[in-house]
Design a protein around this ligand. Structure first.
Ligand code: SF4
Length: 91
């Protein structure tokens, strides 16, 4: 398992321990949490969800993910992890 995939899985199954930091910035959209976007990206990598325009639009909603930077229990930079994963799919 690549480092990108490993970090996606860690985030996908994390109970969003960065949630208080995200909420403190006034962002409370459950479908856009780092964990939610990581789970969707894992499904894309596994071929269970197509990377179509709708999926790309969902994965582009980054307010909560951006707010998690510096507040991740696992010290992950999830915007970068998601970008690296999507970039890998484009190649
Ligand atoms: S960014 Fe870190 S703390 Fe937040 S859900 Fe992902 S792994 Fe958990």
């Amino acid at each position: 398992m690549s480092n990108i995939s490993k970090n996606l899985v860690i985030c996908a199954f994390c109970p969003n321990t960065c949630r208080p930091a995200i909420a403190a910035q006034g962002i409370q959209v459950e479908a856009q949490t780092p964990s939610a976007l990581a789970l969707i990206t894992v499904a894309v990598l596994q071929g269970r969800i197509a990377l179509d325009d709708q999926t790309r639009a969902v994965l582009a909603r980054r307010d909560a993910v951006n707010a998690s930077v510096g507040h991740c229990t696992y010290k992950l930079d999830m915007p970068r992890v998601l970008d690296d994963a999507l970039q890998g799919l484009a190649n």
